[in-house]
Each structure stands twice: as structure tokens, then as C-alpha cells.
Design a binder for this molecule. Structure first.
Ligand code: HEM
Length: 413
């Protein structure tokens, strides 16, 4: 396949080779296509699954430059016809007015309202609770001998943590898992998307009302208090913040845990190395983030003026999408980039983005990933894939790199 891609690329015809980025075939293994793009067409015009045109940026240095460039806006309301990129107009106020859709000064104000809760020190204080949730989930798995690791472990851990932080009832998780999955896989497209957004929006507005009546010791109650105190936060910004944190807490760390375990089970030498030296856990997690990170691309950015990227001029008003998964495999930046090496110890990957929108939850995700994978390996010494790796299916969409299911076996205890 790789040879096929390169042959075609050399022949100057990438059109058919880039089997439509983000198609099911592409999602099965996007890396050869990204390699060909980096070499031959590093800033390429593509059509997104939503039908919209965009510029796909694939080289490390270009990706980093894009993410730091203030001429690229995240505020779609600054552009004509925002409905092409966002949910229906009546939902925009409650779902879309969050920090990841904002430019300074709004971005700065919104991020500051919650950033204290996510500092490395505050996150480290959550370690005992993360550990406890992890152990409870492993206890439940232990007698079974075979589970879908996504369903039994990788999903419930981060979701329980973010629900507790925000003050969202964790019993409701199966409901908003469905909405969240639909929303993240098909941003901007279809009736299913629209009704999932509507359901989530209704749920969040009711939750905010309930918390107004009886506040708790949680982030959502604090935000409601901030809203009441002055003009720091509009009502729409409040529900949008809850929406962003809930979806970000749902869709990402599950795939750090899932992809990390998948990589270990398909690279026995790396698994043996980690089992023999658990001190390698932090550097292993960085390598999982680099090699198969949960965010395949960034979210969309809009050119406020003509901008040159890697020798290509992007006209004003057009959309730019960066492929983080590609930047992190760029041989111009990482030696032996296609080799999984848990001793690499290089955390300069772009899996959490870069610049002002750098992931707010990075410390929390790292903590969860390290605790989850460390405890899982310690508990089940003979953990193995239950199906051949080729049978595993990857989730659709541009944004997420993650497995639908990860069936594993182990000796019951
Ligand atoms: C932003 C990745 C976990 C909250 C981002 C961005 C990336 C990312 C790439 C930047 C997107 C862009 O610039 O277009 C990840 C990965 C995670 C993870 C790979 C897990 C391994 C989390 C968690 C939370 C979170 C657990 C929340 C509690 C956020 C927020 C932003 C963000 C709020 C927006 C920051 C801003 O606009 O200033 N994340 N994330 N993330 N992430 Fe994460």
C-alpha cells in the first residue's frame, strides 16, 4: 500500500491516492497517506466529510506555525455564513460560545475562569480519586476474563472524573455518551448530529437550572456563581463551557488509554520493557500521544487575511485544518518517527495542540493515562488482544483517532 502511494505521488497524481482523507479506508491506517502528503503536497486542498473545502496541513513545522498564528481565527461568527460550520442558529448561543471557538480577548477571559482547576498542582491532588476509580473498575473486570476494554475501562474512568469535577450526575453517562459520540464524529453534518446537539443542549440547560437552585461543591456551581456575580460570563457562555468540558473530557482520554493499550499489545517488546520498568510510564504515555494520539486533527481555523503556509497562500476566509497525527510522525522533526519507542522521552509532540488553545486538560489526561495503563498492566499480567489487530475498527470523522472496541482477554481472578 505504501509503495502504491509513493508511486502515484511521484507520478504527480495524489488525487486518487489520498483515498479521501477521513474515509473508512483511510481511517484504517492514515499514516502512509500522511507521509505522502508531507513529502509531496504538505498544504493540500481537501473536502471534509461535511462537504466543506479546507486546507490540510501535514508537516510538523507548518502545523506548529498555524497553531501559533493569530491571523487564523477560531471565532466562526467573524465569517460569513457561520451556519455552514456550526449548529443551527437557535443552538449556537448555548453550545458554541466556548473558549475553543473564541479569539482573544474573549478566549482569555473564558479560559481564565476555569484554568486554575487544571494546573498540574490541582490535578495532582486528584490522583488518589483517579486511583480509586481505576481500582473499582479493575475489580469489576477481574472475574470476567474477557471484556471490551473501551466499554469496561477506558471510557468510564475519564468520564467519571470529568463528571465529578463538573458536578454532572455520573449515572447519566450512557445517555450523553451517545450524544457526545455523534457530535464529535460528525461535526456540522446531518440530522443525527442536529438531534444529538439538541438533546445535549436541553440536558445542560436543565442541569444548570437545577444547580442554580441547589449548588454543590463543583465547577459548574462555581461558574454559575461567577455568572451571577457580574458580567464575566453570559448565560450562553456558561452552558457552552459545560458542553466543551464534558465533550473534551469524554472523547479524548478514552482514546489515550485505548490506543496506548492497543499499541502495547501489538508491540510485545515495548510491553515487556514497560512491565520490567514501570518507571517508564510517563515517557511511554508521551510516546502513545505522539505515535497514535487521540486528536487526529485540530478543530477548524479561519484565515482572517491571505496567509502563506509552507509556500502556499491561503485566501482570506478559507478554512485550515492541521493534522496533528501527521505532524507527530514527521521525520523532519522525529528520528525514526514511525517506530514506537517508549524510551524516547520527547514530549515536544503536538498531540495537545500548541499556542493559546493548547489543551487545558493535558495534565489531567496525562495523570489518567499513567494511572490507568500502569494499574491495568499490574493487575493483569497476561493481558492480550482477543481478536487479530486487523479486525479492530477505528472511529470515523476527522477529529478523533480511537478504536470503536478493544476486546481483550486475561486470566480471571
Ligand atoms: C483543547 C487534545 C484531554 C479540555 C485541546 C486541543 C487538543 C486537545 C489538540 C487543541 C484543539 C485546537 O487547537 O484546535 C486533547 C487530548 C486529550 C485531551 C489528546 C487526552 C489525551 C482533555 C481533557 C479536558 C480537555 C481531559 C478537560 C477536562 C480541553 C479544552 C480545550 C482543549 C477546554 C480548549 C482550550 C482552549 O481553547 O484554550 N485538547 N485533550 N482536554 N482541551 Fe483537550
Amino acid at each position: 500500500y505504501r509503495e502504491h502511494v509513493d508511486e502515484q505521488a511521484v507520478a504527480g497524481d495524489l488525487t486518487d491516492v489520498v483515498l479521501e482523507p477521513f474515509s473508512p479506508q483511510f481511517k484504517a491506517n492514515p499514516h502512509p497517506t500522511y507521509a505522502a502528503l508531507r513529502d509531496h503536497d504538505p498544504v493540500r486542498r481537501v473536502t471534509l466529510p461535511s462537504g466543506l473545502p479546507a486546507w490540510l496541513v501535514t508537516r510538523y513545522e507548518d502545523v506548529k506555525a498555524v497553531l501559533a498564528d493569530p491571523r487564523l481565527s477560531k471565532d466562526v461568527r467573524r465569517f460569513p455564513d457561520p451556519g455552514r460550520y456550526l449548529v443551527a442558529a437557535d443552538l449556537r448561543e448555548t453550545i458554541s460560545r466556548h473558549m475553543l471557538n473564541a479569539d482573544p480577548p474573549d478566549h482569555t477571559r473564558l479560559r481564565k475562569l476555569v484554568s486554575k482547576a487544571f494546573t498540574p498542582r490541582r490535578v495532582e491532588a486528584l490522583r488518589p480519586r483517579v486511583q480509586q476509580i481505576t481500582e473499582e473498575l479493575l475489580d469489576r473486570m477481574a472475574p470476567l476474563g474477557r471484556v471490551d476494554l473501551i466499554d469496561a475501562f477506558a471510557f468510564p474512568l475519564p468520564v467519571t472524573v470529568i463528571c465529578e469535577l463538573l458536578g454532572v450526575p455520573v449515572e447519566d453517562r450512557d445517555e450523553f455518551r451517545v450524544w457526545s459520540n455523534v457530535i464529535i464524529e460528525g461535526v456540522g453534518a446531518g440530522d443525527r448530529f442536529e438531534s444529538a446537539v439538541r438533546a445535549m443542549d436541553k440536558y445542560l440547560r436543565e442541569l444548570v437550572e437545577a444547580k442554580r437552585r441547589s449548588p454543590g461543591d463543583d465547577m459548574l456551581s462555581d461558574l454559575i456563581a461567577a455568572r451571577e456575580e457580574g458580567d464575566r460570563l453570559s448565560e450562553g457562555e456558561l452552558t457552552s463551557m459545560a458542553f466543551l468540558l464534558l465533550v473534551a473530557g469524554h472523547e479524548t482520554t478514552v482514546n489515550l488509554i485505548g490506543n496506548g493499550v492497543y499499541l502495547l499489545l501489538t508491540h510485545p517488546d515495548q510491553l515487556a520493557l514497560l512491565r520490567s520498568d514501570p518507571g517508564l510510564l510517563p515517557s511511554a504515555v508521551e510516546e502513545f500521544l505522539r505515535y497514535e494520539g487521540p486528536a487526529e486533527t485540530s478543530t477548524l481555523r479561519f484565515a482572517t487575511e491571505p496567509i502563506e503556509i509552507g509556500g502556499v497562500t491561503i485566501p482570506a476566509g478559507e478554512v485550515v485544518l492541521v493534522a496533528l497525527a501527521s505532524a507527530n510522525r514527521d521525520g523532519r522533526r522525529f528520528a525514526d518517527a514511525d517506530r514506537l519507542d517508549i524510551t524516547r522521552g520527547d514530549s515536544q509532540h503536538l498531540a495537545f495542540g500548541h499556542g493559546i488553545h493548547y489543551c487545558l486538560g493535558a495534565s489531567l489526561a496525562r495523570l489518567e493515562g499513567q494511572v490507568a495503563i500502569g494499574e491495568l498492566l499490574a493487575r493483569f499480567p497476561d493481558l492480550a488482544l482477543a481478536v487479530p489487530p486487523e479486525e479492530l475498527a477505528w472511529r470515523p470523522g476527522t477529529l478523533i483517532r480511537g478504536l470503536r472496541e478493544l476486546p481483550v482477554t486475561y486470566s480471571p481472578r
